[in-house]
Design a protein around this ligand. Structure first.
Ligand code: KIV
Ligand code: NA
Length: 268
C-alpha cells in the first residue's frame, strides 16, 4: 500500500469509501494496524486512560504525545498519522497551538487534532485558521470533547436539543471555513452527524456518532477488549469471534468499510 495522503482521504469522502481509524501508541501496533489496512493511526490522548491509568485525559502532556508519536511513526509505513494536541497545549493562544503542533509534526505526525468546546466563542476557529494557514493539517474534534469534561459536566451525548444541534452544525461550517481538513464527532446523535457529513464537504470521523460519518474511530484497547474499565455504548469487542489480534483488527476494518459497524445499538 502507498502512503495515504490528505487528497486521498478527501477523495474517499467524495466517493463514500469509509475511512477506518484506530488509536495507536507504539511501534508494534503501528506495524500491525498498518498491515491490516487501517487508514489513519491516531496518537490519542486516550493514552492517559489506557496506557497511563489516569482517570481522565487532562494529565497527558505534549511530551507524552510526542514520545508516542515517535514510537508509532517508527512502526508505520503507509497509514496517515494523526496526533492529539493535549490539554493545555493550545488553549492559551494560536501561537501556543502552533508551537505544540510543530513539535508533533517534527515527531512525525501528518495532522493534528484539536478539541473544541461547544460555546459561542471564536478561539477554536481562530486557532484552526492560524494552524491551517501555516501548513498544519487540522482535524477538529467536536461534540463530546473529553478534555472539557469538567466544563461539560460529564461524558454525555452532545447536540441532543435543537439549540446545541444547530450550534454544532454552525461550528462544523466554521471549522471547515477556517481550514480544517477533517472533523471528528464524539457522542452526538447519528442523524445530526449524518446531516453534517452530507453538507460539510470534508471527511467526518465518528465515535458514537452513527454509521453515516465518512469514517469511524475506536480506542484500540476498547475494541480489543483489553481495557478493564466500563465500556461506552459505542464500543464493539472485535476480539469476539477472532482468533488473533490481526483478525480482530481486520474484522474492524471490514466492518467499517462495509458499513456494518457501527450498528444502531452503538449509536445515539
Ligand atoms: O484520544 C482519543 O482516543 C480520541 C478518540 C476517542 C477520538 O480522541
Ligand atoms: Na483524544
Amino acid at each position: 500500500r502507498k502512503p495515504i495522503t490528505l487528497a486521498q482521504l478527501q477523495a474517499m469522502y467524495k466517493q463514500g469509501e469509509k475511512i477506518a481509524m484506530l488509536t495507536c501508541y507504539d511501534a508494534s501496533f503501528a506495524a500491525l494496524l498498518d498491515q491490516c489496512g487501517v487508514d489513519i493511526l491516531l496518537i490519542g490522548d486516550s493514552l492517559g486512560n489506557v496506557i497511563q491509568g489516569q482517570a481522565s485525559t487532562l494529565p497527558v502532556t505534549l511530551e507524552h504525545i510526542v514520545y508516542h508519536t515517535q514510537c508509532v511513526v517508527r512502526g508505520n509505513r503507509s497509514a496517515w498519522v494523526l496526533a492529539d494536541l493535549p490539554w493545555n497545549s493550545y488553549q492559551e493562544s494560536p501561537a501556543q497551538a502552533y508551537a505544540s503542533s510543530a513539535a508533533l509534526m517534527a515527531a512525525g505526525a501528518h495532522m493534528i487534532k484539536i478539541e473544541g468546546l461547544d460555546q459561542r466563542s471564536s478561539w477554536f476557529t481562530d486557532t484552526i485558521a492560524f494552524l491551517a494557514e501555516r501548513g498544519v493539517p487540522v482535524c477538529a474534534h467536536m461534540g463530546l470533547t473529553p478534555q472539557f469534561v469538567h466544563a461539560l459536566g460529564g461524558y454525555r451525548v452532545q447536540g441532543k436539543d435543537e439549540a446545541s444541534a444547530a450550534h454544532l452544525k454552525q461550528q462544523a461550517r466554521a471549522a471547515r471555513d477556517a481550514g480544517a481538513a477533517m472533523l471528528l464527532y464524539e457522542m452526538v446523535p447519528a442523524a445530526l452527524a449524518a446531516e453534517i457529513t452530507a453538507e460539510v464537504g470534508i471527511p467526518t470521523i465518528g465515535i458514537g456518532a452513527g454509521a453515516d460519518c465518512s469514517g469511524q474511530v475506536l480506542v484500540l484497547h476498547d475494541m480489543l477488549n483489553v481495557f478493564p474499565g466500563r465500556k461506552a455504548r459505542f464500543v464493539r469487542n472485535f476480539m469476539e469471534g477472532a482468533d488473533s489480534i490481526q483478525a480482530a483488527v481486520a474484522a474492524y476494518v471490514r466492518a467499517v468499510k462495509d458499513g456494518s459497524f457501527p450498528a444502531p445499538e452503538h449509536a445515539y
